[in-house]
Design a protein around this ligand. Structure first.
Ligand code: ADP
Ligand code: NA
Length: 333
């Protein structure tokens, strides 16, 4: 079993990024290791180029994402953690697979349509070709399993189509067809001010978002002042149907405690937010505080984080190079 997963470098990391993405990787790393498998995690800086970003910002986000991942529990000794650009075989295989993928296949990708919006003519070729780079990312390592969220299912299907066509065209079973890995549902964390909006780096209010670098008092204050309602908590999630603020806070409590919303409600049923919010604030400080401390310590020496990524890239290149050579030879290069 070999699992390959990438994450785009993004800055101003917040609780939504942690519970929705970063922590999912930590859980995955442990699950895969328990099954005797191997994990490769990369920061998708090449994918980061598909929409304009200033160079210093992209470089900073890559290091910050790496620091957050390591602080949250990705172990660069157990998993192969690297940034994509340092393994040139990703780009090289992507070019080779461009000649296997069909324009008609890419034209069907809904994510391109969503991201390009009305300005399709003005979108970068990279944004259009993004799914082929994704195919290269996983085929390069003969990944057996790829974790996919709902929005990436179509891209994994495309990866399998590209691998199948390659194997047929060149009459060799060179590429392994990766299977989707159903991971535990990532919670969707909503704004603490407006539960109709996702918690995001672009929330209009700073109070809407708990940043991974917030200090303990700030974390606690944001939860104590989070929008809520005047009712007591019900004894099951069915009772939260029309209470989006309450549902969000219970979801966050469950995710931070590694529990379920129903289990949280079993504990707090009948209590109001005067009791629940301080408990949530304490839990958040206890969980996020140590991660923040580790992350800030790592970011004190950004060059060292860069060296950890480089060590991962070296291991990734060792896996990728023979496969790329095999593909080249197979294609007559
Ligand atoms: P933002 O929404 O702040 O711009 P990104 O779009 O850069 O964050 O997201 C990076 C990763 O974090 C993605 O995998 C995304 O699904 C996850 N993520 C971002 N915001 C949330 C959220 N509020 N709840 C759950 N996951 C989130
Ligand atoms: Na976003």
């Amino acid at each position: 079993m070999r699992v390959v997963s990438g994450i785009k470098p993004t800055g101003n990391l917040h609780l939504g990024n942690y519970l929705g993405a970063i922590r999912q990787w930590v859980v995955m790393q442990d699950d895969v290791a328990a099954k005797g498998g191997e994990s490769l995690f990369f920061i998708a800086d090449l994918h980061g180029l598909t929409e304009w970003i200033a160079p210093e910002e992209l470089a900073g986000h890559t290091i910050e994402m790496a620091a957050a991942l390591i602080a949250a529990g990705i172990d660069p000794a157990r998993s192969i953690l690297f940034n994509q650009a340092r393994v040139p075989q990703h780009s090289e295989l992507s070019w080779l697979l461009n000649n296997v993928a069909r324009v008609g296949w890419l034209n069907r990708m809904t994510q391109f349509k969503d991201k390009a919006g009305k300005n399709r003519e003005g979108a970068s070729v990279g944004l259009y070709d993004y799914p082929v780079l994704m195919a290269a990312d996983v085929l390069l390592y003969n990944a057996t399993h790829v974790p996919v969220g709902e929005d990436q299912k179509q891209h994994l299907e495309l990866t399998r189509d590209i691998a199948t066509k390659f194997n047929q065209d060149y009459r060799r079973e060179l590429f392994v067809l990766p299977e989707p890995m159903v991971s535990t549902e990532a919670p969707r964390v909503m704004s603490l001010r407006d539960p109709g909006a996702k918690m995001s780096k672009s929330n209009p209010s700073e109070q809407a978002r708990v940043n991974l670098i917030d200090d303990d008092d700030t974390i606690a204050a944001k939860f104590r002042k989070a929008k809520s309602d005047a009712d007591v908590l019900p004894d099951s999630v069915a009772g939260l149907a029309d209470r989006p603020e309450a549902r969000n806070l219970v979801t966050i409590y469950a995710a931070l405690s590694g529990s379920t919303p129903d289990a949280v409600l079993a504990e707090f049923a009948g209590q109001g937010f005067g009791a629940f919010k301080p408990a949530l604030a304490d839990l958040a400080v206890a969980t996020l505080g140590p991660i923040r401390d580790r992350m800030l310590r790592l970011l004190d020496d950004r060059a060292e984080v860069g060296r950890l990524l480089e060590a991962g890239a070296e291991r990734a290149r060792a896996l990728a190079a023979p496969l790329l050579l095999d593909v080249q030879r197979t294609m007559g290069l």
